[in-house]
Design a protein around this ligand. Structure first.
Ligand SMILES: Nc1nc2c(ncn2[C@@H]2O[C@H](COP(=O)(O)OP(=O)(O)OP(=O)(O)O)[C@@H](O)[C@H]2O)c(=O)[nH]1
Ligand SMILES: [Mg+2]
Length: 722
């Protein structure tokens, strides 16, 4: 069977991942902002006895060695020597995309251009002369609309033909004018003196990189920048152009890209302002841009809450009611020892259940965030935050990894790869854990349900905003201390607004959500078991005197000034160092099963039989669906909301109400938001930056900050009479 390795390269946001998904039916991540793919991923298509391995490279504007993605992309192209490159070109930005195409042609690898986003180009009135483009560059050009799978068949056909006959596309050398002489002389020196290098690297590419003083290539080859043959080839140009060779070559490439574009692109007259421009006039406005962003966030939380609450309540009633009851009945029937029944019901079901109950909130939230990512608004937020971000020595681009952190902080750490310098990346990574991730939602949701049910979206929103605010504040401090320096000015690219594909939306929502579900089934489960043992050693004592109780009591004085110096709160926070959901699962174990009141009331209902319970579950689910949609309509102001007078309180919530006040509950939430980044974040920081140092610093700084903020909230609130 034949096999062919195809690299898919192109500018950021040109639709590479979408195109591969269309070709191979994969689920690579797609989003409407530059920098979605940050590491290379492979997809495989088997067709007519041919195996096509497609490698999705991170998007790059150039193949210089400056950002992480550029390095990943070019390392692959140069070292792994793919048979063919599909260069995905955004037809609405022909010139800028061709700048990269020209560099790809330096690699001596056959290139096919997928002229993607062809639909939008046509809408804008662009006409591209495809035959001429093929002739000028010596490549195949196929117009495509990746989102609609248009042109995909033709593209596969080209790959198949190429696999049959490698001469189907012959790479063409573009002429770099008077630099060609220097290129030739350097190439011949390389050929005679460094023949091994030419086995490793494409010769023209190697020559050009040496002429450009490319740090990485110089280092890898051991050739010195001031070696005579290089110096000779460069001096002439650097003198006559008054620029270094790197700029001279960049100018040449830009010149070719510009020339080719002029030759093949016609813009029809009478272009009307499109929708994107109209929306941007409002949302990018320098005065109302940030308020609009804050309002959209608030609205997002409102929808998330309104829609998901009925489902959470339903899950809660199922888990704490029939599920616990029937498990107990079954275990008793099997003559399980008392401690085991307690482990299963009070440890596992209560612990894991407490987190599972909030899966609907997380799901809706992840869906809405994915929608935001897919629409193109995310890049706008980065843009409007640019000025504010500059004040902390970062540019708006850093705001994208931060926003991604609303889903989960871990991918955000990886997303810092879009930033140019190590300093920017580390500083941004340091701020990422301050973004409220999905794991914190269960904690927020349970407390908000108990204390702030009437203003739920606003209180939730305030926590997210607090996170952003603290990130900016911390950034200011770090810029003056640990991370001195300024961010380079960067031109932000704003993709047009797009309606995301439903398929992409659902897949990416699930990919975000899956993580939390798996976590609940694995280490929240494990931690719940451990916590149960700690709560029950020695067996039979009051919880307060258990191992966990005693540890909690020992550290509780630390939290005394913050208003929650109880052993229960302290030991939950301690357990939460592993993952923030664990705070809730531990509390559920500590509080709800306390003196078994709940068990009694359940037993009274215990006369109901299994079928009746199932019927109840089905009916209440149906009611939840109706409620959810009613809430949604009410949220959009289409239908007025009937305020539920006596909101039903779950046992855990009413227990919390006895122990916390709204004031120290809020201080507690702020503390949970800000303290100790979870272990998985730590591991990803280690992976990205090669040492535990950043995580160590983050633990220290964030925990101190969390303490101070909670202290200010609690003590300040007391003074203000809350
Ligand atoms: N209208 C239109 N939109 C497209 C087309 N191809 C992709 N898109 C959209 O363009 C956006 C970017 O797509 P991605 O596939 O994530 O782009 P990418 O090149 O992989 O981007 P990076 O990973 O950031 O380099 C998404 O919103 C896609 O839905 C197309 O042919 N037409
Ligand atoms: Mg991509």
């Amino acid at each position: 069977m034949k096999e062919i390795k195809v690299a898919v390269a192109g500018n950021p946001n040109s639709g590479k991942s979408t195109l591969i998904n269309a070709i191979a039916g994969t689920n690579l991540k797609v989003g409407n902002w530059p920098g979605v793919t940050v590491e290379k991923k492979t997809a495989t298509l088997r067709i007519d006895g041919l195996t096509i391995n497609l490698v999705d490279l991170p998007g790059t504007y150039s193949l210089s060695p400056y950002t992480q993605e550029e390095i990943i992309a070019r390392d692959f192209l140069v070292k792994e020597k793919p048979d063919l490159i599909i260069d995905v070109v955004d037809s609405t930005n022909l010139e800028r995309n061709l700048y990269l195409t020209i560099q790809l042609l330096e690699l001596d690898i056959p290139v096919v251009i997928a002229l993607n986003i062809y639909d939008e180009a046509k809408k804008k009135g662009y006409e591209i002369d495809i035959e001429k483009l093929e002739k000028l560059l010596g490549v195949k050009v196929i117009p495509t609309v990746a989102t609609k799978k248009e042109g995909v068949k033709e593209l596969i056909e080209v790959i198949k033909n190429f696999a049959q006959d490698r001469n189907f596309i012959i790479p063409k050398k573009l002429n770099y004018g008077d630099v060609e002489n220097s290129i030739n002389s350097v190439e011949s020196v390389l050929r005679s003196q460094y023949p091994d290098l030419l086995d490793k690297y494409p010769s023209r590419w190697l020559t050009l990189k040496l002429l450009e003083n490319d740090e990485i290539v110089l280092r890898e080859t051991g050739i010195k920048a001031d070696e005579n043959f290089l110096k000779e080839a460069k001096t002439h140009f650097e003198k006559s152009h008054q620029e270094d060779m790197e700029s001279v070559l960049a100018d040449i490439r830009y010149g070719i890209a510009h020339g080719v574009t002029k030759d093949v692109l016609k813009e029809r007259e009478g272009k009307k302002t499109d929708l994107t421009e109209k929306i941007d006039r409002v949302v990018l406005n320098r005065y109302i841009g940030i308020p609009i962003f804050l309002f959209s966030m608030w609205f997002l939380f409102k929808i998330a809450f309104d829609f998901s609450t009925p489902f959470s309540d339903w899950l809660d009633s199922v888990i704490s009611g029939p599920l616990t009851k029937w498990t107990t009945v079954l275990l008793n029937a099997a003559k399980s020892p008392e401690w085991f029944v307690s482990l299963v019901t009070e440890g596992v079901i209560a612990g894991v259940g407490a987190v599972l109950v909030f899966i609907p909130v997380i799901a809706v939230m992840m869906f809405l965030i994915t929608l935001l990512e897919g629409s193109g608004y995310m890049a706008r937020v980065a843009f409007i935050m640019d000025r504010l971000m500059h004040s902390i020595g970062l540019h708006g681009k850093s705001f994208i990894p931060l926003l991604l952190g609303f889903g989960c902080n871990v991918p955000s750490i990886y997303a810092t790869r879009v930033l140019e310098t190590e300093r920017d990346r580390k500083l941004t990574a340091m701020l990422v854990p301050l973004m409220s991730c999905g794991a914190r939602l269960p904690v927020y949701a349970i407390f908000i349900g108990a204390f702030f049910a009437k203003n739920a979206p606003t209180v939730l929103w305030s926590l997210y905003v607090l996170g952003i605010f603290m990130a900016i504040l911390l950034g200011l401090v770090l810029k003056k201390t640990l991370f001195k320096g300024f961010a380079p000015v960067f031109i932000m690219e704003l993709p047009p607004y797009r309606v995301p594909l439903i398929r992409d939306l659902l897949i990416h929502t699930w990919q975000k959500l899956r993580h939390f579900v798996i976590k609940a089934g694995t280490y929240i489960f494990a931690v719940s078991v451990i916590m149960w043992f700690m709560l029950n050693t020695p067996y039979g004592v009051e919880k307060e005197n258990s191992a966990l109780g005693r540890v909690g009591k020992a550290i509780s004085p630390v939290f005394e000034p913050l208003g929650f110096g109880t052993w229960e709160a302290s030991s939950s926070l301690l357990a939460g160092l592993i993952a923030k959901e664990v705070v809730v699962s531990t509390m559920a174990q500590i509080y709800v099963t306390d003196n078994g009141q709940e068990g009694n009331s359940e037993e009274k209902e215990g006369t109901k039989d299994f079928l009746e319970d199932l019927k109840d579950i089905a009916i209440s689910f149906f009611n939840a669906v109706v409620d959810a949609f009613q809430n949604l309509l009410a949220g959009f102001g289409i239908k007025s909301l009937q305020v539920e007078e006596d909101e039903e309180m779950t046992p855990l919530k009413s227990k919390l109400q006895e122990i916390f006040t709204p004031l120290n509950a809020y201080a507690f939430l702020a503390f949970v938001l800000l303290y100790w980044p979870c272990v998985v974040v730590g591991i990803s920081m280690k992976q990205e930056f090669g040492s535990w140092k950043i995580y160590g610093q983050a633990i220290l700084i964030h925990s101190v900050m969390a303490w101070l903020v909670a202290f200010l909230i609690y003590q300040g609130g007391k003074i203000l009479g809350f």
